[in-house]
Structures are given as structure tokens and as C-alpha cells.
Design a protein around this ligand. Structure first.
Ligand code: 13P
Ligand code: SF4
Length: 308
């Protein structure tokens, strides 16, 4: 089958099975084209709660499918490729977080959404890259223990100097592949281009950026800006999505190494096989775990609303 034929069959089956397909922005172009919604982690979690469809397929990584299940328990939620995990989410388990809690009593434990349901179940508040600064500013407690990404944590801590942050060693193995040398080399290659980076990058990269934001924020900035040339410091799918959306502008990867193999493991045939009931995995979660893990996500949504 050609890519076009597979896409047409997916669109037909999607209607027939009442399935909403959500795609993280790091998915490939051919998957984004058949999705009902593409976005960053925060946008996806809102869409998951809003969709009327009976079934939801999450094209992304496991923690994203788990978040959908937590927010929409009445729906059947599928991960089209069961091997799509997030190495950052797998860096911490429940016992480690409980140990940290005991070590830092009185701290509010804030978890990046890139964590497992088990880890979320012992945290106080969740954040995504797009909402982190605003949400943590709204937490009354001054003492914040932030897990698991120390680079995102460092970025947030610099925006909120009145808070007292404890960070742990963890982070995204993809985003840390760019460093100050990469920035100098790529800026020299494309003088005049603006550098837009994700806060999962190393602090030395974030410090040299013209704009820092989530995947959706980077895309919106590049599309709306009067500038024409941009160096993109996040997973390289964003470079190709932007180039499709704005062929009149120029987008360059900060480095060719910014590719998340876990995001790329899901293929168009995986999506088709999952819709046909021949592949993928349905996310099943104990109700007691779901309720505990959902609490910090509910807190995230509450703290992101004006007036809280
Ligand atoms: P956002 O979707 O919040 O931009 O995060 C990027 C990421 O690394 C997701 O795994
Ligand atoms: Fe995890 Fe990083 Fe890949 Fe996102 S880009 S899924 S944080 S490894």
C-alpha cells in the first residue's frame, strides 16, 4: 500500500470506529496528516478531556496515553506502538519520589507531565513545558521539589527567583544533545536567524536563545513572527512541520541529532493495525491508581485558571 492509500484507510476506519486520533507534534508528517489534533503535551491533555469520540488513539509516548486515560476513563485509549516510551519518564519510580519526599519534608512536589502514572500518584502538582512557570508561580508554598527534568527545572527556577527550588538529576536524552558549541556553529552558519529552543535543552542553550517555549509555542512564534529565518532547538519534526506550514520561511535544525527515537517508533502502519484491532495496546489502569495519579493533573488545570 502507498502512504496515501494507508492514510485513506485510516480516515475511513477512524470514522467507522468513532476514534479520535491525537498526535504529539514530534510525530512524523504522515501521522500528523491523519490526526484530529496535533499539539504539545498540555494541548493534548485538554483535547483528551474534551473529545466526544468513544475511542482515543494517542500517537506519542506512553505517559501521554496514560494521561488521556486518567482524564477520560470512560473512553478506550490506545497506544498504537506499545514500545513508545519516554526515557525521561522512566528515570524515576514511585519509591525514589517517596524517598525524596521524606528527605525534603514541607516541599511541594511538582512533576513534569513526562512521568509515569505511578510517579504522578505520589506528587502534588503536574506541569507541562507550556504551563510550568505560571502554575508554579500560583503554588502558595515557596519550597518546590521539581522532578524529573533538571534543565526544565533550572529554566523555571530562573523565572521565579522568589521560590526555593530543589532539582534532581534527570532530563531528556534527546534535548541535551545540543550544547553551547552547537549553538555557536549553527548561528555562524545562519547569521540573522532567530534561535527558538525548548526548555528541556541544557541551560547554556536556553541562555543563548531568542525565544524559549513548548513545541506549540515555538511553532506559533515562528509562524507569527515577522522574521523569515529560524534555527529550531527541539525535536527535528518541528522543523519539517514548520517548513510545510510556511514554505515562504526558512527553518534549520539546531543539530541533526535532535531526533527522539521513541517518538519516531510509531509508524503509519502501526496506526492502521491498531484501528484494525491487529496491533497496539489498550491502556488499562486500576481505578485507585487513576484517581491518585489524576490529582496532580487536576491541580495543574486548577492552578492554570485565573482566580484559581
Ligand atoms: P511539550 O509537548 O510540552 O512541548 O514537551 C516536549 C516533549 O519532550 C514531549 O515529550
Ligand atoms: Fe521523552 Fe525527550 Fe522523547 Fe520527549 S523528546 S518523549 S522527553 S525522550
Amino acid at each position: 500500500m502507498t502512504i496515501k492509500e494507508i492514510q485513506e484507510e485510516i480516515l475511513r476506519l477512524k470514522k467507522e470506529t468513532d476514534t479520535c486520533i491525537l498526535a504529539h507534534a514530534y510525530q512524523s508528517r504522515e501521522i500528523v496528516e491523519i490526526a484530529d489534533y496535533m499539539g504539545d503535551s498540555y494541548g493534548l491533555s485538554l483535547k483528551a478531556a474534551q473529545t466526544d469520540a468513544k475511542n482515543v488513539m494517542m500517537c506519542g509516548v506512553r505517559f501521554m496515553a496514560e494521561s488521556v486515560k486518567m482524564l477520560a476513563p470512560e473512553k478506550r485509549v490506545y497506544l498504537p506502538n506499545p514500545h513508545a516510551g519516554c526515557p525521561m519518564a522512566d528515570q524515576m519510580d514511585k519509591a525514589l519520589v517517596e524517598g525524596l519526599r521524606a528527605h525534603y519534608p514541607g516541599y511541594t512536589v511538582v512533576a513534569y507531565i513526562n512521568t509515569t502514572a505511578e510517579v504522578k500518584s505520589v506528587c502534588d502538582v503536574c506541569v507541562t513545558s507550556s504551563s510550568a512557570v505560571e502554575i508554579i508561580r500560583n503554588i502558595p508554598n515557596k519550597d518546590i521539589l521539581f522532578i524529573p527534568d533538571c534543565n526544565l527545572g533550572d529554566y523555571i527556577a530562573k523565572q521565579l527567583p522568589d521560590k526555593n527550588f530543589k532539582l534532581v538529576q534527570g532530563g531528556c536524552p534527546t534535548h541535551i544533545r545540543a550544547n553551547a558549541r552547537t549553538v555557536a556553529k549553527t548561528r555562524a552558519e545562519y547569521p540573522g536567524a532567530l534561535l527558538l529552543v525548548h526548555p528541556e535543552c541544557l541551560p547554556e542553550v536556553v541562555a543563548s536563545a531568542d525565544f524559549v517555549g513548548s513545541t506549540t509555542a515555538i511553532m506559533d512564534y515562528a509562524i507569527q513572527s515577522d522574521h523569515t529565518d529560524f534555527i529550531i532547538g527541539t525535536e527535528n519534526s518541528i522543523v519539517s512541520h514548520l517548513q510545510y506550514q510556511r514554505p515562504d520561511k526558512n527553518f534549520y535544525p539546531l543539530t541533526g541529532d535532535l531526533i527522539c527515537q521513541n517518538m519516531k517508533i510509531t509508524t503509519l502502519p502501526d496506526v492502521l493495525r491498531c484501528l484494525q484491532g491487529r496491533g497496539g495496546e489498550e491502556i488499562v489502569m486500576e481505578e485507585s491508581l487513576r484517581l491518585l495519579a489524576k490529582r496532580p493533573i487536576d491541580e495543574m488545570i486548577r492552578l492554570s485558571q485565573p482566580g484559581k
